[in-house]
Design a protein around this ligand. Structure first.
Ligand code: GDP
Length: 306
């Protein structure tokens, strides 16, 4: 265990949660805050799907299915299957218990609670001590334009399995997103902020686009981790999304997006294109021990700068 240290992670729903899994073995959950991307959220099957928030909630609650990095381990799919049988367009397989969380969140939002309040309530009921903080309390949606069709990111990635070409990535929002007071406070109270190895286009950039975030980061010690090893992501559609932004799917492409506010950039030891000043570590978290190893190395970098 490290001596009391407060760390805020910026996270999507796969790469950074793997790193947080390791950090939890070295710190108390109460010393961890996670600012979570909400640009993949959607109303779905009568519930409110917030996939990255739920992955983080389930991780801290000890419920997460860590073979897929989404959903609840051992969940059943009776409702999903029956909805399909009666003709509903259930293109995402939401488990029964997972769906209960979507419905509870939808009910809270319908009663006028903010997403931050609803997430806080879910943290309490699931026994989560970490601060799990939606990036903002207004709707932001990542849309993918492919030819003449514009679709929600979930349609692109889940329904079409990322098989259609991307012509543009569009962030749709009714009002310019503003980071919540809770987010700004968490960053301000942290010894360091860790931008985890999440998708730069669909997970981290939506957080960076919230008003107030970049200013808050510029006052903190920031460590950012590349989600790419060599010229490929460890998983998911990040390469096609970076290409749509005319950026290479490499650590260097990621660094260029984060360099303004990053103090220490972490790239993988296998990368053959070392970035001056970057730290090279084994970032491939194939199991919990490897997550602990990477978290330990990052916390050591933070300790050094305290
Ligand atoms: P999403 O919300 O499910 O898209 O998840 P994230 O954005 O949090 O994470 C997706 C990114 O995590 C991908 O770009 C992967 O390359 C990256 N990733 C997944 N596992 C690892 C890992 O073990 N090491 C590193 N460095 N990146 C990873």
């Amino acid at each position: 265990m490290y001596c009391v240290m407060m760390i805020t992670f910026l996270s999507g729903g796969t790469g950074t949660p793997k790193l947080i899994r390791g950090a939890r073995r070295l710190m108390n959950d109460a010393e961890i805050a996670v600012v979570v991307n909400t640009a993949e959220d959607m109303w779905f099957g009568g519930g409110h799907l917030s996939p990255d928030i739920d992955t983080i909630l389930y991780l801290f609650a000890g419920l997460l299915d860590t073979s897929r990095w989404w959903g609840i381990e051992g969940d059943t799919f009776a409702t999903h299957e029956f909805l399909r049988r009666i003709g509903e367009d259930e293109f995402i397989a939401v488990g029964d218990r997972d769906r209960a969380v979507l419905l509870a969140r939808a009910a809270m939002l319908s009663r006028g609670r903010t997403l931050t309040e609803a997430t806080h309530a879910l943290c309490r009921s699931l026994g989560v001590d970490a601060r799990v903080l939606p990036m903002c309390d207004t709707g932001v949606t990542t849309m993918i334009r492919s030819g003449t069709t514009c679709m929600h990111f979930q349609e692109y990635w889940v329904r079409h399995r990322g098989s259609v070409p991307i012509d543009a990535v569009i962030r749709e929002c009714a009002a310019a997103p503003v980071a919540t007071g809770e987010v700004i406070r968490a960053i301000g109270e942290s010894d360091a902020v860790v931008v985890g190895p999440s998708n730069p286009v669909t997970s981290i950039s939506p957080i960076l686009e919230c008003e107030g975030i970049r200013e808050a980061l510029s006052d903190r010690f920031v460590v950012a981790v590349s989600p790419f090893i060599g010229d490929a992501p460890v998983s998911g559609p990040a390469a096609a999304l970076m290409a749509a932004w005319n950026r290479p799917s490499t650590a260097r492409g990621t660094y260029d997006l984060y360099r303004d506010f990053t103090d220490v950039f972490v790239q993988d030891i296998r990368d053959g294109d070392p970035i001056p000043g970057a730290v090279q570590l084994d970032t491939l978290m194939t199991d919990e021990e490897k997550s602990i190893g990477l978290a330990e190395a990052i916390l050591a970098v933070v300790e050094e700068h305290r």
